[in-house]
Ligand binder design. Sequence first.
Ligand SMILES: [Zn+2]
Length: 203
Amino acid sequence: MEKLSSKRRAKKASSERSAEKGGQVGLDAKTIEELVPILLHSRGNPVISGIIKNLESGEAVSDDDLAALIGVKVNTVRTELNELYANGMVTFEKRKIPNQKWYAYFWKLDMNNINYLIQQRIKKVIEILNKRLQYETSHSFFYCPKDGKRYTFEEALEYGFRCTDCGTQLQAQDNKEIVERLRSEISRLTQLLESISGQRKES
Ligand SMILES: [Zn+2]
């Protein structure tokens, strides 16, 4: 476990939100289980999911116990715990084992920092979607009915309204559905962000 100390800790959340609330405002188990693996780029990793599920109660659990609970080797659990730790999602505590020379490591989810990291990610996605929405609402589009290749009006004009791949005549495209999908996703994420950060919209 010596490797841990050399791993740089991910940026710690500031304590602007009270520790008393533990940053758990609106962060339910389902959201954590869904979003932490996405942040780690480890969706579908059963060990990561197992660790999160077993630490959700807030109780510190040793790596040996986690391995037993998940049903994998302790080294496998340690590898993923290191990954979670390097990303600032878990904390650990060394505890001396009575009558033994060694220490055991007890792990907890770092709820404050997970909350912070999830909020940062959602904000980033909202920003990207807003840029895309801006692009969609400020252009007219054309498409190739044969292969679906998409062009802005300016591009279509430049290419004489012919597909650059197959030469087919381009057709005007109604992007209303795309715009609606973007708006509804932005609104869904904004609501999620509000519920996680504990802010309520003044109505
Ligand atoms: Zn084409």
